[in-house]
Write a protein that binds this ligand. Sequence first.
Ligand code: THU
Length: 146
Amino acid sequence: MVPALGRPADAAEERALGAALLMAERAYAPYSGFRVGAVIVDAAGSEYRGVNVENASYPAGLCAERAALAALIAAGGRRPLLVAVAAASGDDCLPCGVCLQALAEFGDPTIVARVGGAPRAIPLHELLTAPFAHASGAAAEREAGR
Ligand code: THU
């Protein structure tokens, strides 16, 4: 049983989740067969997309969320506000711990995902209460514009 997480997604969040579901069709997941799409929205309303990219050497595979994060950063962005994640199968799909840590580097975005079949909006800190950060944190905060 999944605990109650966050709140029901609003209309804009559901739209982003729909876009993530469409993205999932492009995933490269021949090993797990679990295709995932992610859409990151920033403050300007721009969208950055990613899919999971698996590899014959399994640990070399990349999750959809970190692929979308790389697209945001490569475009010059630093502030993900919303991260929508969907599996092509329609199954529940929350970001893994590695992806939560990667996203926490850039703030506390709202994660939008199906939980118990229903679209939910969950602050990242509710899923990862204590991300790792370097003791001073100053360098990362400068670079992330915080
Ligand atoms: N995966 C993602 O891309 N995002 C998630 O949130 C969960 C898992 C990928 C990793 C792997 O390619 C496949 O889904 C099965 O775990």
